[in-house]
Design a protein around this ligand. Structure first.
Ligand code: ATP
Length: 324
């Protein structure tokens, strides 16, 4: 268990972390999610011991480590741009931490082979980093971080520099790797899809504070604020409140609680259909309200640009009120 207790971090006159309290369960995969500058990396670096908090404590498995150096914390770290030893083979890169700890040769070889299998780089032992793809380099970085059997694995946008397809593959892979090795993992990301896909707990950060922490589903279904709601997925603003586009209900007749709107555009996205609507009471120049409906619904309604429809939030979810 990692406990972050009332942590503040000031950089001269900038207040980067503001009273952060967070509990990270042993064996979990927790994502720190938030916009650029919200303090994700700073919090990760405080947990790692690369930054000393201005006040507050970091407790690892019951031990106050606030004043311990990073190498005394049993932590593996992977950054976005991994600095590999370019003149060393993949085997030697992964073996590095074990050799420093003067482990017997046979044990090192066995361990490195096992790790390279786990990260899907078996057979790459003799290659050099320059002969690997970006995704393979990051997997080698993970193998290297895992080699010392850290109590905690900290990942700062580890796939950030890679293209979207490789990122998606690697996060599926990371999830499976985590299921296999169960090391307590904290992942920094600004990508909500990545966090929802991979993490079992998400802590959403906003301006140096934890806006909300919990299971991905709970955050998605019961966001504590408009900030959390809009950060975790698409939103539509209707009658002053936020709703999910797929929760909007369209009909051709007036219904209780519905708002009259004109269809601006109907976009077919395969299975789903996006309907851009302009509410009758919208001020001039307002952004359209986007509703997401199924193809079958769109066919039943026979929607076309220019049509008048009635749109409402789900019953019981009054626009203007966000679940607390
Ligand atoms: N060494 C430093 N000196 C001064 N200010 C800093 C320092 N490191 C970070 N900051 C500031 O602290 C704030 C939080 O930075 P941090 O890197 O933690 O954000 P982040 O959420 O990880 O952002 P990103 O997604 O862009 O990496 C930023 O406004 C940043 O400019």
């Amino acid at each position: 268990m990692i406990t972050v207790e009332s942590v503040d971090k000031h950089y001269e006159d900038f207040h980067a972390l503001r009273g952060v309290d967070l509990e990270i369960a042993s064996g979990s995969l927790t994502a720190l999610l938030g916009p650029s500058g919200s303090g994700k990396s700073t919090l990760l670096r405080v947990i790692a011991g690369l930054e000393v908090p201005s006040s507050g404590r970091v407790i690892l498995d019951g031990e106050d480590v606030t004043n311990l150096a990073p190498q005394q914390r049993g932590i593996g770290f992977v950054f976005q741009h991994y600095a590999a030893f370019e003149h060393m083979s993949v085997r030697d890169n992964v073996a590095f931490g074990l050799k420093i700890r003067r482990r017997p040769k046979a044990e090192v070889k066995e361990k490195v082979d096992e790790l390279l299998r786990v990260v899907g780089l078996d057979g790459y032992q003799q290659r050099y980093p320059s002969q690997l793809s970006g995704g393979q380099r990051q997997r080698m970085a993970l193998a290297r971080a895992l080699a010392i059997e850290p109590a905690v694995l900290l990942l700062d946008e580890p796939f950030g520099a890679l293209d979207a397809k490789v990122r998606a593959e690697l996060r599926t892979w990371l999830r499976r790797l985590h299921d296999e090795v169960h090391v307590t993992t904290v992942l920094v990301t600004h990508d909500q899809e990545e966090a929802l896909d991979v993490a079992d707990t998400i802590a959403v950060m906003d301006a140096g504070q934890i806006a909300q922490a919990g299971r991905p589903r709970d955050l998605y279904d019961a966001p504590a604020s408009e900030f959390v709601m809009s950060f975790l997925g698409p939103v539509a603003r209707l009658g002053g409140g936020l709703v999910r586009p797929h929760d909007l209900d369209l009909s051709l007749e007036h219904r209780e609680g519905a708002t009259e709107a004109q269809v601006q555009r109907v976009v077919h996205l395969g299975f789903e259909v996006r309907v851009e609507l302009l509410p009758a009471d919208a001020p001039a120049g307002a952004e359209p309200v986007v509703a997401q409906i199924t193809r079958a619904e769109a066919e039943t309604l026979e929607l076309q640009a220019g049509d008048i429809v009635w749109v409402r939030a789900p019953l019981g979810q009054v626009p203007g009120v966000v679940a607390a």
